[in-house]
Write a protein that binds this ligand. Structure first.
Ligand code: A3P
Length: 375
């Protein structure tokens, strides 16, 4: 019938017509098969399991493949791709940490790693101060803990970038699992009038850590840092006093003002109970890092994982350093800007500043119920 229809007349089809029909039929079959294979190779829209996955070998290929499917399970799926101990973008070296026996590898990078496990949460704990107190050391030590994930850089959200909103702030955070604590450190929060109220508005349960250090040494450390960037600034002695012979200290100079801890603390106590603020001794952090970090872990409500075993004293640096990092078994110290040699200050000026700070220190000890012995 078909042949008849093709030929348009009755009777048996001619051999020529039959050959033509067979030729067209074979050609269309081959065409269909060719298209099918082309689609398979390109990873095109084929149903379910037929779709191909391509192994991403180079970084460029990986980037390109992010939009298509990669081989293996997706990050986030059980057993999916995860990068242990990723590094965080930071102006200073970020430390990873050794994993003790039986300690599971953290599933997501400690910052901006490629892993997509967990979700970005607003921080539950903040290192809010003080500048030059030892804040970098505390952050780098605590982030060794598998239940802590931290931002490497200082976000300055509650002082400089508050208008960007909490969603912007959250986007800076590393991904965490529900049992993990998200942290960041920005030491200028401690002396920012609006910071306590803003942090309280984010969450009244936020745990606050303040690393404090002898305010005179802190001021010299602060000045040494500024001098390293701006060598033309006046002398420390010149900046410290409104009138040196009268012993009138210039409290408008930031390097002096920051050390009046009890003054700044009042703003925090208007929003947070003392039990929600933990004070780390900047001095003990150097002489007994494990002891101070033990108290930090207790305060955060996490197991004491960071212990003596994690530290060694580096004689060249003159500071405790971590024994090994996430990525290698080599020890790691903080960067050059931490533990600098201070500029020489007239001992008489130091004495005058000690006298100036004494009443503030005593009031501070009384308020927090801790004697830091800054004499
Ligand atoms: P100096 O450079 O004056 O010695 P911050 O990180 O808040 O800016 O504080 C810097 C200070 O941290 C350093 O001040 C240093 O004394 C102190 N610090 C505490 N532990 C340290 C460590 N393990 N390595 C280097 N510096 C440390």
């Amino acid at each position: 019938m078909a042949c008849r229809a093709l030929s348009g007349r009755a009777g048996p089809p001619s051999p020529r017509l039959t050959r033509r029909f067979l030729f067209i039929f074979t050609l269309s079959l081959s065409g269909t098969y060719l298209c099918y294979n082309l689609l398979r190779c390109a990873g095109g829209p084929l149903p379910g399991p037929e779709r191909r996955c391509l192994p991403a070998r180079s970084a460029g290929a990986k980037k390109l493949l992010q939009k298509s499917r990669s081989c293996g399970r997706e990050p986030g799926e059980p057993g999916g791709a995860a990068s242990p101990w990723g590094r965080t973008r930071s102006d200073e070296p970020a430390w990873g940490g050794p994993r003790g026996a039986g300690q599971e590898a953290p599933p997501a990078g400690n910052g901006s790693g490629p892993a997509k496990l967990g979700s970005k949460r607003l921080p539950q704990a903040l290192i809010v101060g003080v500048k030059k107190g030892g804040t970098r050391a505390v952050l780098e030590f605590i982030r060794v803990h598998p239940e802590v994930r931290a931002v490497g850089t200082e976000p300055h959200f509650f002082d400089r970038h508050y208008e960007r909103g909490l969603e912007w702030y959250r986007s800076l955070m590393p991904r965490t699992l529900s049992r993990q604590i998200t942290m960041e450190k920005t030491p200028s929060y401690f002396v920012t009038k609006e910071a306590p109220r803003r942090i309280f508005n984010m969450s009244r349960d936020t745990k606050l850590i303040v690393v404090v250090r002898n305010p005179v040494t802190r001021a010299i450390s602060d000045y040494t840092q500024t001098l390293s960037k701006k060598p033309d600034i006046p002398t420390f002695e010149g900046l410290s006093f409104q009138n040196r012979s009268l012993g009138l200290v210039d409290t408008s100079w930031n390097a002096i003002r920051i050390g009046m801890y009890v003054v700044h603390l009042q703003s925090w106590l208007q929003y947070f109970p003392l039990s929600q603020i933990h004070f780390v001794s900047g001095e003990k952090l150097i002489t007994d890092p494990a002891g101070e970090m033990g108290k930090v872990q207790d305060f955060l409500g996490i197991k004491r994982v960071i212990t003596d075993k994690h530290f060694y004293f580096n004689k060249t640096k003159g500071f405790p350093c971590l024994k090994k990092t996430e990525s290698s078994t080599l020890p790691r110290c903080l960067g050059k800007s931490k533990g600098r040699t201070h500029v020489q200050i007239d001992p008489e000026v130091i004495e005058q500043l000690r006298d100036f700070y004494r009443p503030y220190n005593i009031k501070f000890y009384e308020t927090v119920g801790q004697d830091f012995r800054w004499e």
